[in-house]
Design a protein around this ligand. Structure first.
Ligand SMILES: Cc1ncc(COP(=O)(O)O)c(C=O)c1O
Length: 454
């Protein structure tokens, strides 16, 4: 039985209607409860945790449910839909490839794979010279770990097997990626720590106030790690658990350190790559080029495809068939991702992210101001930002307030994913790169009004 829309809106939620947002039912919508509870009954709890909205379709910077509600998307799913939802170029590419009759090709050569690899090459800086297409970000990270360890064995023997990564880092949920991750709660299931994976403080200037490279060297010393035993160092260019980019001087010192000790420098750009930060790559801000780069998310346009980018020597360590997997370079994923990257280029979306970066930054600072001591730290670069909710005057996470912020934003038509990061305290703001200034300002105004009443 249909209930009148006005009866479904709780007293404290006003109906919303603008070009980008429309909320005309209670949230969660009563009609959606059947889907929500059936999923809850059939899936592991791990698939839960996001706002209780049934995603049905999207167009540009908006995403809609099947019940008449529409959200301004500040999530890009999870930093994936850089050209927005329902982009005609991506739909056309997927339809064309499917209609052509090829939706799987294993590693047999295809013309679409060549087109995709060539497109990625056109984004690269030397000495990055080769592209391996895989399926997920974690798979790309695993491949980087394997290459660094293999290179270590060759350059320094069995002792050169330590991979250094950073506190609070997230690299994916497969075992190597979790060993490399710096979030203890995510790897407690492994029981033991592994001496070949070592984390050092990330120079975020917040929880780690000394951002000098001395901290890196001191941390290794304290762990008893001989620098020449390090096979590689891997970091996110900005930490995905918030949006803190490596300081330039630190990144350059790290590059020099890796060269001195024959360690592979790996940057995980699964979030940062292909325009999110307002430049082609996050490392384009830092004056360094890593030896290996893991990419996924924003490169993909929405289909499961990822990439490892690397130097000639590293990428050729393995022989035919030794780094591939079943869905490497799936033709439909290649077609979609190619359309995505071409659209980013043709519609100048990297430039758009750079142009709107100050608007995002200013909006976030304003949100922090009105939140009166509830937000301990604001970070942003390009079109990714994070508000870290903390106990006043400390770095202690305040996850309850962060969750409330997300809940109210979604009730008012701004789509955010659940808080992430240290203690679940960070609210991430990362709209599609094609967002216009008007939409960005509208969403930020909504968040500011909420922050003022938390
Ligand atoms: C920085 C970073 N690396 C790796 C991954 C893992 O990517 P995927 O979920 O595609 O395996 C993620 C996913 O959130 C990420 O943010």
């Amino acid at each position: 039985m249909m209930t009148r829309e006005s009866e479904l809106i709780p007293a404290d939620v006003d109906p919303v209607e603008t070009e980008f947002r429309k909320i005309c039912t209670a949230i969660p919508t009563p009609e959606s409860v059947e889907i929500l509870t059936a999923l809850r009954a059939l899936e592991p709890r791990a698939m839960g945790g996001q706002p209780p909205i049934v995603w049905d379709h999207g167009r540009g910077v908006t995403v809609s449910d099947p019940y008449g509600n529409r959200w301004l998307d500040f999530s890009s799913g999870v930093l994936v839909t850089s050209v927005g939802h329902g982009h005609p170029a991506i739909i056309e590419a997927i339809e064309r490839m499917a209609a052509h009759g090829l939706y799987h090709a294993y590693c047999f050569p295809t013309a679409i794979r060549l087109d995709m690899v060539r497109e990625i090459m056109s984004w690269l800086t030397k000495p990055l010279a080769r592209v391996l297409l895989l399926t997920t970000g974690a798979e790309a990270v695993e491949c980087c770990i394997k290459l660094a360890r293999t290179q270590g064995l060759r350059a320094g023997g069995r002792k050169k097997n330590v991979l250094v990564t950073f506190d609070d880092a997230f690299h994916g949920r497969t075992m190597g990626a979790q060993l490399a991750g710096g979030i203890e709660s995510l790897k407690s299931w492994m029981g033991d720590s592994d001496a070949r994976f070592v984390q050092v403080p990330f120079p975020d200037g917040f929880r780690q106030t000394d951002t000098s490279f001395d901290v890196f060297e001191r941390a290794l010393q304290e762990e008893g790690i001989v620098p020449d035993h390090v096979c590689g160092v891997m970091s996110e260019t900005y930490q995905g658990c918030n949006a803190t980019i490596l300081p330039t001087a630190y990144a350059q010192a790290l590059r020099a350190w890796c060269d001195e000790h024959q360690a592979v420098m790996i940057l995980d750009e699964v979030q940062a790559g292909f325009g999110r930060t307002g430049k082609a790559f996050g490392f384009s801000h830092l004056g360094v080029v890593p030896d290996l780069v893991a990419c996924g998310k924003g490169m993909s346009g929405g289909m499961p495809i990822s990439a490892v980018l690397g130097t000639d020597a590293l990428m050729n360590l393995y022989g035919p068939g030794e780094m591939t997997s079943t869905h490497s370079a799936n033709p439909i994923c290649c077609a979609a991702a190619l359309a995505n990257l071409r659209t980013i280029r043709e519609e100048h979306l990297v430039e758009n992210a750079a142009k709107l970066a100050p608007v995002l930054r200013k909006g976030l600072e304003q949100i922090r101001l009105v939140a009166r001591n509830k937000i301990g730290r604001v970070d942003s670069i390009g079109l990714v930002g994070a508000l870290q909710f903390t106990e006043p005057g400390t770095t202690e996470p305040a996850p309850t307030v962060a969750r409330e912020m997300v809940k109210r934003a979604v009730q008012q038509g701004v789509m955010l994913f659940a808080p992430v990061g240290v203690g679940g305290c960070a609210v991430k703001i990362n709209p599609p790169l094609l967002i216009c200034e008007e939409a960005l300002r509208e969403g930020l105004d909504v968040l500011e009004a909420i922050a003022g009443s938390l």
